[in-house]
Design a protein around this ligand. Structure first.
Ligand code: GLY
Length: 386
């Protein structure tokens, strides 16, 4: 674990306004915005800087809050994901209230159809693990499945239901978080940050047309984090995900359907998102017909009503991947913190990440409900600073 820094307690003078923020959050995706929100609630003066970069993970994600289905291979990860899912259930109404906008938070659950014998065994394992973790599960028969998803192809007789899986419109959630921050007087700057430099008494942050300083800085730069000079060398790599979207879907079921080859996740207003590819092609946002058609035809095999329809959207985002699949959440130096590398789970883990890092940044005792697992410590990858 990195050496614990001197606290950055919020002094009374700082709390009522000062020449610079206590904390500057570099990266205004959902994780950065929720960290800023948590810091504000703890009494800190916070500003955020983000460059609204094309391909950023947060607005391009599917918004699944899938603690079991997306982490079933790792029990420790699943436990942590469940804590964050529970935080989402409190956060969603709070964000809606603070911003006076809907974030389309949905608690309908996820359906995992049994496609074949191998799938049946895999789903039995997922079910067992979910139940070991105290999560509800159910087996749906075809009649129940058709009631929920009338488009399901013949031959699908049963499915595993995970009622504890949620989903959110990640774009609306980020917009709501930004609106809530603005209402609190938080300045959201727009700039690409080139460097962060720790100096006596603070951290200076510079980018094109931007220069600021703060007592502490939290970097939430996603896949672009390693491009910021002044940070240790960190093995964060972009992992492209292409997705497509259909409109005019009107099933009663408003949650997510998952198979080993794709997921289909609803949005309010009849939208259905299908994802996602996992491509190690660097900072590349090109869209390939092969991948888009593959997602469409894979989904149409299960949902034949999509067969004659054309997607209305096709896009790509860059997830920040790490070599071991765990995020980096913690201190890099006495004043510099990082919260990124959440790969496929950034939206899911955003509230927990904010809960984990806020006490660290403010030099407070850790939140007992949000301990930072050793697996997330950024020190595990530490290389000498550039
Ligand atoms: N969390 C979904 C994805 O990364 O595709």
């Amino acid at each position: 674990m990195p050496a614990r820094r001197p606290a950055h307690p919020v002094s009374a003078a700082q709390a009522v306004g000062g020449p610079r923020p206590d904390v500057l959050v570099v990266g205004g995706g959902l994780i950065g915005l929720l960290i800023a929100r948590e810091l504000i609630h703890a009494g800190a003066r916070v500003e955020v800087v983000d460059d609204l970069r094309a391909g950023a993970a947060s607005p391009n994600a599917a918004g699944m809050i899938a603690p079991i289905a997306e982490s079933s291979a790792d029990i420790a990860f699943a436990k942590m994901a469940l804590v964050s899912r529970d935080l989402w259930t409190e956060l969603a109404p709070a964000l809606e209230q603070e911003s006076e906008t809907s974030i389309d938070y949905d608690r309908a659950g996820a359906i995992l159809p049994v496609l074949d014998e191998t799938g049946r065994k895999v789903l039995a394992g997922i079910r067992e693990q979910a139940e070991d973790l105290g999560e509800p599960t159910a087996e749906l028969d075809r009649a129940e499945l058709l009631r929920l998803v009338p488009d399901l192809r013949p031959g699908i007789e049963t499915a595993l239901a995970l009622p504890g899986e949620h989903r959110v419109d990640n774009r609306l959630a980020a917009e709501a978080a930004a609106a809530a921050l603005r209402r609190q007087g938080v300045i959201l700057h727009r700039a690409t940050i080139d460097s962060v430099v720790e100096e006596p008494g603070g951290v200076s942050v510079t980018g094109a047309g931007f220069a600021a300083a703060a007592d502490a800085v939290v970097v939430c730069g996603g896949a672009w984090t390693p491009e910021i000079h002044g940070l240790p060398t960190l093995p964060i790599r972009p992992v492209k995900g292409q997705m497509i979207g259909f409109d005019r879907v009107d099933w009663p079921f408003s949650g997510a359907i998952r198979t080993p080859s794709f997921y289909a996740v609803r949005r309010a207003g009849g939208r259905l998102l299908i994802g996602a590819s996992v491509e190690h092609t660097g900072f590349d946002l090109s869209l390939s017909d092969e991948v888009g058609n593959g997602l469409a035809s894979g989904a149409a095999e299960l949902l034949p009503a999509l067969r004659d329809r054309r997607p209305v959207e096709h896009w790509a985002g860059l997830r920040p991947g790490t070599p071991d699949g765990w995020p980096l959440v913690g201190a890099l130096t006495d004043r510099l913190y990082i919260a990124t590398g959440h790969f496929r789970n950034g939206i899911l883990l955003a509230p927990l990440t904010a809960r984990m890092i806020t006490p660290m940044v403010l030099g407070q005792a850790p939140d007992s409900t949000a301990p930072v697992p050793a697996a997330m410590q950024p020190g595990r990858f530490h290389q000498p600073a550039r």
